[in-house]
Design a protein around this ligand. Structure first.
Ligand code: DC
Length: 210
């Protein structure tokens, strides 16, 4: 059983993915972490995340323990990730890892939930259930702002919204695997829903598929 969840940042994908993985007892892969780890490995080495050759090399050399770094949730990591994720060789290098995870989920579970930007379209086009989770940029920026403040980080609302729009544009306009819903994805706009309502709507859709 494979559940593919795609959508832009702070639309509610991560929370939904975790709840679905718990509910169905499936392994969970947040694929954004892979791109964040590649980006931060470059930044830490003093390299430019826009350097395509270095980014591809960093993706090929990515190790599982790199996903444990404590700074992958920071904005610097999000920015570096959105740059390296536009490089075709980076995406190709990370594809095998994601597909192997889906085919043979760790822990011997009967399937997996993967969340990202191109799971339903490229990584797992045969997934039984595909969800495309969105919300308005304003709602997503507000959620991200509150999350940063909760973590004790300084954040300026207007800046968070501007950064989010910039990253959205980069994710949607890149030529390889741009952010777009799969044709058979269930579109779930979470702008006016809380986490329980999002989970209930997703469950209805998935149960109708199985
Ligand atoms: O979901 P996130 O914020 O952790 O993603 C960080 C960046 O990685 C984001 O700019 C999009 C990119 N990404 C991607 O291109 N493909 C994925 N499957 C997951 C993330």
């Amino acid at each position: 059983m494979i559940i593919a969840i795609d959508g832009p940042a702070a639309a509610g994908k991560g929370t939904l993915a975790r709840r679905l993985a718990d509910h169905f007892d499936l392994a969970l892969l947040d694929t954004g972490l892979l791109y964040r780890a590649v980006g931060m490995n470059l930044v830490r080495a003093g390299a430019d995340p826009d350097d395509a050759a270095k980014a591809a090399e960093a993706a090929r050399n990515l190790k599982p323990e790199d996903l444990e770094a404590g700074d992958l949730r920071d904005d610097a990591a999000a920015d570096a990730a959105s740059r390296v994720s536009a490089v075709p060789d980076v995406r190709a290098a990370l594809l095998d890892f994601q597909r192997s995870f889906a085919a043979e989920p760790p822990g011997g579970t009967r399937g997996a939930v993967l969340d990202g930007r191109d799971i339903g379209t490229v990584v797992c086009p045969d997934a039984e259930s595909k969800l495309f989770v969105t919300a308005s940029p304003e709602v997503r920026a507000e959620r991200r702002y509150l999350e940063l403040r909760e973590r004790g980080l300084d954040a300026i609302h207007g800046r968070v919204l501007a950064d989010m729009k910039e990253r959205d544009a980069r994710d949607s306009e890149r030529t390889v695997s741009p952010l777009e819903p799969a044709k058979d994805a269930f579109l779930l706009d979470t702008s006016d829903l809380d986490a329980d309502q999002v989970f209930a709507a997703a469950l209805d859709f998935i149960n109708g598929n199985n």
